[in-house]
Design a protein around this ligand. Structure first.
Ligand code: HEM
Ligand code: NAG
Ligand code: NAG
Ligand code: NAG
Length: 811
């Protein structure tokens, strides 16, 4: 039965009738209403009143848990319609993933042992040479990044967060040299994809299949497998901070400092580690800056997204910073005797300081600068023909099998709030107050924890949180702040209720609850707003989907893929606005340019700004995901106002090539499951103008960079992104859900929430998080990622039933 018919039936029977299938609920309990925001949220047809006369929406049947709680009228228990039952049955079928992890192993062609030992010798010599050049670089000031320069802030963003990342990078570097040598000896060829499902190895990557082992895979010479963490009983109820031991069969899987994996084969220039540089026709790829400037000038873009809010953009960046952080090479900074984990790096500039492109690389391994064309529409006016990019730290082969390079993820891959709590025990300890289970906050102001050592390095960027990029812009810092306050709110409640719990117990229990609320917001509100409700429903991503809540699969890989981190989840860069339009409590409007806030969180201390940001984030329109970007990102990234800085879109493109990222065509073919043989085959997924624009930039359709192809696509109905990004992001969040032993709605695990607890977590919403944690905020729309002026999503008093509260008594 269609919605219209339901509605008719409800009218005939009277809404309160037990036979009616429509019940009146707060919007966050009915994500279906987001299916077509245009008609559902904007129209009056689904409006109704909750028991306290605040606004609700009419929702069909047994949609989600929590809906039956007695706060809401009418509390009719829906009977299941046959049509609906059929749908539920379909959802019960085994979920079919479209993408599996792709592994390339390098095959041993039975090289003579003395050739291999010569190679090891040569590689070690070369590594020593690199080390001595790097030492010299650190000593002389030649191309170090100047304080407060865009390149210094660039390092602040991508800095290795400790000794581990660097040590692993060094090991991987030696392997990379050997790989290149082996490749020259002709030892290498690629093999078919390996299905990860069969695995139970201790490592984060799937082990090779029998088919592959038959060929005889190649062990890297002189390589020691990484140690496997031991998992005690302590990991049964609470997550570890570094994500290890979530998967008990592969304890390292998804942990901090493990590598990204891939959905598609890598495409390195030399097959193993060199940035992709030439196109399919053999000519050099167009410069990343050339591509960025050319697509950004387009007339195919269509401006602002009139439905969503910038809370969605910044929450997206926050989510990204929970799951991916790729460290870059840096020179050794001064060691800190008192702090094991911290070794601040020294950033360097891969361009000459006068902006010219160096004729010889300024670092023996790590430089990958972007060439700016002579006739660039912006940078040429400032005498700049080079944009600095430092290469990402490679990851070592955990099991010593030879493979093309992967990069490191220095934070936990899981969606586990590591952006609030840190990705290591040491990091979390630094954030904690040490009493009452609390995270430390400033007094007065209840702002984020301060790190005085960080202040000493950069006075404007003192605040810290679970992820080191929290101060990247003030909107992002705000999102970190409200979740930190939510932790303290929950911990304070628990402390009053359980006087016998110590600091540790209170901290861990509050963390467990807050991560549950956060995961619910991600799956219930964020993903439908990004991917479209229909996709989320049909692909096993719907929150509170009863058919599936028990499904945990130790065979699902939790690792973030390079396609997700280096391209698809950067979609948000296209939504970024160049100015925060802030509104004070009294209604006064004021503007804060985004670029003034780059790593400058002094703004967070301005009087009243936390409330102003809450209002700004939930009312301002974001850009649409398309090929246009804010100049704050493409011209002034990390530069003081008005000055030339970096170009984030060029960096995205260059980064993809540097990571050996598969091209757009490979991704599209795998997502839609048929061949793409030429430009014409792009047509179903993008407009003719968009195809023409790409044709003007690239020689060959196979050359299109994944990020560029993705943002060129036509947005799908109800979704903020097109076919390929929807597919990659959707698959990744599928993996993040079913691979997580601590996922909040999982049943029958030692850590599972009780039914009563789960019912409360399923009432969590971003609107409630804001209402509860922003002083002086009295009203908010129910769906904070959507505009408040929709008829169904009007602002509500924070104390209304329309914005459900979470009852913490069951915890
Ligand atoms: C508000 C302004 C933002 C700024 C200034 C910014 C800046 C950056 C920078 C400098 C990088 C590294 C680029 C490189 O590869 O060299 C990056 C990476 C990334 N950004 Fe953003 N970003 C912003 C917003 C967002 C948003 C809204 C999203 C998603 C919704 C997002 C997702 C990502 C992801 C997934 C990465 C890769 C991170 C990694 O793997 O290390 N960013 N961003
Ligand atoms: C920029 O600086 C480099 C290194 O100091 C130098 O070789 C080059 O000639 C300079 N270029 C310009 C245009 O000044
Ligand atoms: C940070 O922002 C404040 C306020 O706008 C400004 O006075 C200060 O110079 C900025 N600091 C840096 C390092 O950008
Ligand atoms: C919100 O509701 C509370 C309690 O009913 C009331 O005291 C307050 O004035 C209301 N605020 C607004 C802005 O309507």
């Amino acid at each position: 039965m269609t919605r219209q018919l339901w509605r008719l039936a409800a009218l005939l029977l009277g809404v309160t009738s037990a036979a009616a299938q429509l019940i009146c609920v707060p919007l966050v309990l009915c994500p279906e209403l987001m299916e077509d925001p245009n008609t559902n949220l904007l129209g009056r047809d689904n409006a109704c009143f909750l028991r306290d006369r605040s606004d609700g929406g009419l929702c069909v049947g047994d949609t989600s848990a929590g809906i039956l709680s007695l706060d809401y009228l009418p509390p009719a228990k829906p009977t299941v319609d046959p049509a609906d039952a059929a749908r539920v049955r379909r959802e019960d079928e085994p979920l079919r993933k479209r993408l599996r992890r792709y592994e390339q192993l390098i095959i041993d062609q039975k090289l003579p042992p003395d050739e291999v030992s010569d190679l090891v010798c040569e590689a070690e010599k070369q590594a020593l040479r690199v080390e001595s050049v790097v030492l010299k670089l650190a000593l002389k000031d030649a191309n170090l990044a100047l304080p407060n320069s865009p390149e210094e802030l660039q390092l602040l963003f991508a800095e290795p967060q400790g000794r581990v990342a660097r040590a692993l990078g060094l090991v991987a570097q030696l392997s990379a040299i050997m790989l290149a040598g082996l490749q020259k000896l002709g030892a290498l060829f690629k093999v078919p994809p390996v299905d990860p499902v069969e695995s139970n190895a201790a490592f984060s990557l799937p082990p090779p299949s029998d088919e592959v082992l038959e060929f005889g895979s190649l062990l890297l010479p002189n390589c020691t497998p990484l140690p496997v963490p031991e998992c005690g009983d302590a990991t049964l109820r609470y997550r570890t901070h570094d994500g290890s031991c979530n998967n008990l069969l592969r304890p390292r899987a998804g942990s901090a400092n493990s590598q990204y994996s891939r959905y598609f084969p890598s495409e390195y220039a030399d097959g193993v580690s060199e940035p992709r540089a030439a196109g399919a026709a053999g000519r050099p790829l167009p410069s990343a800056r050339f591509v960025s400037a050319a697509i950004g000038n387009s007339n195919t873009a269509d401006g602002e997204d009139g439905f969503r809010t910038i809370a969605l953009t910044l929450f997206g960046q926050f989510v990204d910073h929970d799951v991916t952080s790729t460290p870059e090479f840096a020179l050794e900074g001064e060691e800190d005797e008192t702090d094991e984990s911290a070794v601040p790096g020294i950033g360097f500039n891969c361009c000459h300081r006068n902006g010219s492109f160096p004729s010889k690389s300024l670092h023996p391994m790590a430089c990958n600068p972007i060439r700016v064309p002579e006739d660039d529409p912006y940078f040429s006016l400032h005498g700049v023909n080079c944009i600095s990019q430092v290469r990402s730290l490679p990851a070592p082969s955990e099991d010593c099998l030879a493979r093309p390079l992967n990069q490191q993820n220095q934070i936990t891959h899981y969606l586990d709030g590591s952006n609030i709590y840190g990705s290591s025990e040491a990091e979390s300890t630094k954030l904690r107050a040490g009493t009452g289970g609390l995270i430390s906050t400033t007094n007065p102001g209840r702002l984020l924890p301060r790190d005085e050592k960080r202040c000493a390095r950069r006075a404007a960027d003192c605040f810290v949180s679970g992820d080191h990029r929290a101060g990247e812009n003030v909107g992002l810092a705000f999102v970190h702040l409200v979740w930190t306050r939510e932790h303290n709110r929950v911990a304070t409640f628990l402390a009053a209720r359980h006087p016998d719990w110590d600091d540790e117990r209170l901290y861990q229990e509050a963390r467990r609850i807050v991560v549950g609320e956060y995961q619910h917001v991600v799956y219930n509100e964020f993903l439908p707003a990004i991917l479209g409700y229909g996709y989320v429903r049909d692909r096993g991503l719907k929150a509170g989907d009863r058919a599936r809540v028990a499904a945990y699969s130790a065979d699902t890989m939790p690792t973030i893929t390079t396609e997700f981190s280096s391209a698809a989840f950067r979609f948000g860069h296209s939504m970024v606005h160049d100015v925060f339009r802030l509104q004070s409590r009294s209604g006064r409007m004021w503007r804060l340019p985004l670029e003034e806030t780059f790593f400058n969180s002094t703004h967070l201390q301005l009087r009243g700004i936390v409330g102003d940001l809450a209002r700004s984030l939930t009312s301002q329109l974001p850009g649409r995901v398309d090929t246009t970007f804010s100049p704050a990102l493409t011209q002034h990234l990390f530069a003081p106002t008005g000055k030339p800085g970096l170009d984030l879109i060029a960096l995205n493109i260059q980064r993809g090539r540097e990571h050996g990222l598969a091209s757009y065509v490979t991704a599209l073919e795998n997502c839609v499951e048929h061949d793409v043989a030429g430009w014409d085959d792009f047509q179903p997924y993008m407009t003719a103008e968009a195809v023409e624009q790409l044709q003007a930039v690239y020689d060959d359709f196979r050359d299109v960079d994944l990020f560029v192809g993705g943002v060129s696509e036509r947005r799908l109905s109800g979704s903020a992104v097109g076919t390929t990004f929807q597919c990659i992001i959707g698959e990744q969040f599928f993996d993040l859900r079913y691979s997580d032993r601590f996922f909040y709605d999982i049943r029958d695990q030692p850590n599972s929430f009780t039914v009563r607890q789960l019912e409360q977590l399923q009432r969590a919403s971003f609107a409630r998080i804001l209402c509860d944690n922003v002083d002086g905020l009295n009203e908010m729309q129910q769906l904070a990622f959507f505009q408040p002026d929709f008829f169904l999503n009007k602002k509500q008093n924070c104390s209304d039933l329309a914005i459900p509260t979470i009852d913490l008594k069951p915890f």
